[in-house]
Design a protein around this ligand. Structure first.
Ligand SMILES: [Zn+2]
Length: 149
């Protein structure tokens, strides 16, 4: 059974790197609390009855939260590189690119590494999360892509 809620930060934003479908949320219940978990899997996994669907792996929701924290901290670590990029984008003829670059500069002007997921930052920065068989990549609204193993 799939449960997708609109207020979940990953709804519609986690994309399968194998087939391009979105990932859906699935809660695996268990009488044993320790075995209870929430995973995300490709919506094309069981698309056609009797046929093998997309073979991409599923991912634990906890991992998705951690991936954003890691990606964010990766940006903070290389902030000089990204600031230079955004300062160039501010000169762009594309208004959307200019607005986005300005927003990113504001966000990172006084930012330190984070330890926990921050939904406010997430929605300001992330366009989508691509799940590949061998890794995850966070794609940001400014066009940057941050790969996580
Ligand atoms: Zn897929």
């Amino acid at each position: 059974m799939d449960f997708v809620t609109n207020d979940n930060p990953f709804a519609g934003r986690v994309i399968c790197g194998c087939c391009g479908s979105t990932f859906g949320r699935k809660v695996c219940n268990s009488i044993d609390e320790r075995l209870k978990r929430t995973i995300w899997q490709c919506n094309s996994k069981y698309k056609v009855k009797g046929k093998i669907g997309c073979g991409n792996r599923h991912i634990n929701e906890k991992v998705l939260y951690q991936v954003f924290v890691d990606a964010f901290n990766e940006l903070v670590k290389n902030i000089d590189y990204y600031m230079t990029k955004w300062e160039k984008q501010i000169e762009s003829e594309d208004i959307l690119e200019r607005v986005t670059a300005k927003r990113f500069i504001n966000v990172f002007n006084e930012t330190k590494p984070i330890e926990n997921f921050d939904a406010g930052l997430y929605f300001k920065l992330v366009e989508k999360i691509m799940v590949y068989e061998d890794g995850i990549s966070v794609e940001l609204l400014d066009g940057s892509e941050i790969k996580c193993a």
